[in-house]
Design a protein around this ligand. Structure first.
Ligand code: SF4
Ligand code: SF4
Length: 179
């Protein structure tokens, strides 16, 4: 017993005072993905890249909104969402304390408005994503041409119709019935 006590005193403290004091994690620690709504486009790249489908992006044409959500209970902290996000709206943090007493506390949801096509009135893409594309084109070309800017506002079906109408009767025959 005395030998054991001597060993304990010689060794000193080998445990951390956590949870009574914060624990320091490695700089590249992969913790809870943090979502920044103000930067999100609703593009869905993170949802497509997320292996366990912890992130979902659902469109509701009826309500004209895109619902973005993350379920932390499913997250495997791989960081794919951070890699593919074009705006840095999601990124891994150093937070690992995810315990919750209710399952719904592990879910974060956000809703983004969809843009409506001026041709047919149907919502067809997140408004922020369209604006992001328009601004990117403008940055790449100096200024987006009015024709291009107007075409961007159209849904794919109306855009095809518009292109077919511009290309004459042969184009109209080809584009008129397509979706
Ligand atoms: S870290 Fe991986 S599992 Fe977690 S939300 Fe991002 S992509 Fe999905
Ligand atoms: S990839 Fe980024 S911008 Fe696109 S939906 Fe995900 S968090 Fe939002």
């Amino acid at each position: 017993m005395l030998r054991l006590l001597r060993k304990v005193v010689q060794t000193g403290q080998v445990t951390l005072p956590y949870p009574f004091a914060p624990v320091e994690v490695a700089p590249d620690f992969r913790g809870k993905p943090v979502y920044d709504f103000s930067r999100c486009l609703g593009c869905g790249a993170c949802a497509r890249a997320c292996p366990p489908q912890a992130i979902t992006v659902e469109w509701s044409a009826q309500r004209g909104v895109v619902t973005w959500s993350i379920h932390y209970g499913r997250c495997i902290f791989c960081g794919r969402c951070e890699e593919v996000c074009p705006t840095g709206a999601i990124g891994l943090s150093q937070d690992f304390e995810l315990a919750a007493t209710r399952a719904e506390d592990l879910v974060v949801r956000a809703e983004l408005q969809m843009a409506r096509c001026p041709g047919c009135g149907e919502p067809f893409a997140p408004a922020r994503e369209l604006e992001y594309v328009r601004a990117s084109l403008e940055a790449a070309r100096g200024a987006a041409s009015p024709v291009l800017a107007a075409r961007l506002q159209l849904c794919p079906r109306c855009r095809r119709r518009e292109a077919a109408a511009r290309s004459g009767p042969a184009g109209r025959r080809q584009g008129g019935g397509s979706r």
